[in-house]
Design a protein around this ligand. Structure first.
Ligand code: ADP
Length: 598
């Protein structure tokens, strides 16, 4: 820019000075030649007048003498020619007498009656001169032409000197103008450079850029406006960024997936949850068209289409497989409208909710209700059947009546147990994590449960033993749940062990984790059912299990309790046969705490 300004500055100056020089030069030249022409003309007329006067007075001397006299007086060269152009006399050079000058342009002009000066080189002197010839006058019986000439060589010399001065002053002017121009241009371009630097910094998102220019002119004003603009821009950008951060935080904090497409169908925004919920094969990228992106889930693209076509919010449930697991999504679409007066549709907004767990729970609940109903129906049918028999058949003997009553009692007991187990299960499920905890000695609880189930074991002559453990095991947990868990496992071990069998309990502590192992030499759990026995109402060895009168909820309750206590349970078949249930529970308090608490 600086170069451009300086170049144009110099060009203007050059053109200005050159035009002034050329004009003044040609003006001076023209006025010089005009003056000279006038001088020659007036001298010529004076000479003509005096020649005419001298002829009248009869005093006309010879032409040589006259031309000499006139030349002395006027200091110009005077030549007298006859009408044919022959030289009669010449004040400077007599050698040209009788040489015909007819072809000289000034003589030609004079012969035509025109008075105009001619500049040309004098043939005799070889000097550049101005010639002026007057139209012919009648003298001494013949037509005569008076020609005057004066060298202009000196003038040309003067002109050269003048031109030299003009050129030098132009050069000097240019140098000065260049220095001053550069200095001045620097004063303008310097702040402009600062401004342009600041503008490019602003363009590269450095919004804290400010400039300080003290030129006390429009540039300073411009700098002020720039700073004001940068300040406003910085505030606006930081506000937008803060809003974006809030929006991002809101979107990523949402437990539902959200997505928006604009009127042209390009993906405007989405959150992380949406990417987690939709099939992993989908390549969701901002700016891509929804019909290409949602190809893996055509129902979703279709819902967007329908929303646009019908211009109303819609809802749909979509099912697909994600890593071999079924996934259910509820998708709600709504129209995004321009809040302005025309309420134009500017896109479609989608809310994607994960319904997999809800649907799974609903299925579980339905299965559970069906199972409970089924489990209730069998004992109730038996009870009502025997009650009917007792009421209607009066011929039953005492033994038959006793058998009927004992069956009614057994089935009532089964019903009670079923209802109790259902209640316990729902209690555990509804309880806050871990329930109410306190520190207690797990060994004491184990012994208590053993004692409580002793009659059942004695009934079947099963030996229940606890491998000796020297110290007390203080654990922080819910004692009620702990007892329930142990009772279920021990009761199962006794139930599924034939008469005269054995059940052994072992307790170990490692890294604050309590390991309880309950082993029996009973019927055992087949390998393919080891995972399944923890499901509600599942019974391995179906017929045998029903015989022993289980509800199928005991191990479900155990697993719930263990997972609430952040522990694990595993079932295996020991080499000696039967089954081995291992429960690991964290929360064992160290010996110091044991001393403190005791
Ligand atoms: P149930 O009330 O039928 O005992 P559970 O949930 O306690 O229900 O147990 C589920 C099934 O697991 C039982 O029906 C039984 O087939 C099997 N089972 C549980 N404990 C044992 C065990 N110690 N030995 C063999 N099978 C067992």
């Amino acid at each position: 820019m600086k170069r451009k300004i300086v170049t144009s500055y110099i060009l203007i100056l050059l053109v200005g000075t050159l035009t002034t020089g050329i004009f003044s030069f040609s003006f001076l030249r023209n006025s010089y030649f005009a003056n000279m022409e006038e001088k020659l003309l007036s001298y010529g007329q004076l000479i003509t007048d005096s020649l005419l006067m001298e002829e009248e007075s009869g005093d006309l001397r010879n032409f040589f003498w006259l031309t000499q006299k006139f030349a002395q007086r006027t200091r110009v060269r005077v030549t007298l020619l006859d009408e044919s152009g022959k030289v009669l006399a010449d004040s400077a050079d007599n050698s040209i007498i009788f040489i015909n000058q007819q072809m000289q342009p000034e003589v030609q002009l004079a012969m035509r009656g025109e008075i105009r000066s001619i500049q040309r080189t004098d043939d005799t002197t070889g000097v550049n001169s101005m010639f002026l010839a007057l139209p012919p006058v009648h003298l001494q019986g013949q037509q005569m032409i008076i020609r005057l000439s004066d060298p202009i060589e000196d003038y040309m010399q003067e002109n050269l000197v003048f031109m030299k001065y003009v050129f030098m002053s132009i050069l000097l002017g240019l140098i000065i103008a260049m220095i001053v121009g550069l200095w001045n241009v620097g004063k303008i371009t310097g702040p402009i450079h600062v401004l342009s630097e600041a503008a490019s910094q602003l363009a590269s998102a450095k919004f804290s850029t400010r400039i300080h220019i003290r030129t006390r002119d429009e540039l300073e004003e411009l700098a002020g406006t720039f700073n004001h603009m940068a300040e406003r821009l910085e505030t606006m950008i930081s506000q937008i960024q803060a809003k974006n951060i809030q929006l991002d935080a809101m979107l990523s904090g949402m437990t539902d997936g959200v997505m928006a497409v604009d009127a042209s169908g390009s993906l405007l925004m989405m959150n992380r949850e949406l990417q987690r919920l939709l099939p992993s094969k989908m390549n969701l990228t901002i700016g891509s068209h929804y019909q290409e992106t949602l190809g893996e889930l055509p129902e979703l693209a279709h819902l967007i289409d329908e929303t646009i076509v019908h211009q109303q919010a819609l809802e749909e449930e979509v099912q697909f497989e994600q890593q071999h697991q079924p996934r259910v999504l509820r998708i709600k679409s709504s129209l995004m409208r321009d809040p302005g007066r025309n309420q134009q549709i500017i896109g479609v907004f989608l809310l994607v909710q994960d319904m997999t767990e809800i649907r799974k729970l609903e299925n579980l609940r339905n299965d559970f209700v069906a199972n409970v109903t089924h489990e209730l129906r069998t004992p109730l049918t038996l009870i009502s059947g025997f009650v009917e028999t007792l009421q209607q058949d009066h011929e039953l003997d005492e033994d038959e009546q006793k058998t009927a009553l004992s069956i009614i009692e057994l089935e009532t007991e089964r019903l009670k147990r079923l209802i109790n187990d259902v209640l316990t299960l729902s209690e555990i499920e509804n309880m806050q994590a871990g329930g109410e905890t306190k520190k207690f000695n797990a060994l004491l609880e184990i012994r208590e449960v053993m004692e409580w189930l002793n009659p059942l074991a004695q009934e079947k002559s099963i030996a229940v033993t606890l491998e000796p453990h020297e110290e007390a095991v203080l654990i922080e947990a819910n004692p009620g749940w702990f007892r329930q868990m142990l009772a279920n496992l021990l009761e199962n071990a006794i139930k599924y062990t034939p008469e005269s069998g054995w059940v052994t309990l072992k307790v170990q502590v490692a890294d604050h984790v309590l390991h309880v192992m309950i082993q029996d030499n009973g019927i055992g759990v087949p390998d393919e059912e080891k995972e399944l026995i923890f499901q509600r109402f599942y019974r391995a060895n179906r017929n045998r299990s029903r015989e022993v009168g289980g509800t199928g909820l005991g191990l479900t309750i155990v697993q719930h309790i263990v997972s609430e206590m952040k522990g694990t349970i595993k079932v295996s078949t020991p080499e000696s046969g039967g089954s081995l249930f291992c429960v690991c529970l964290p929360g064992v308090v160290n010996s110091q705490s044991l001393n403190e608490s005791s």
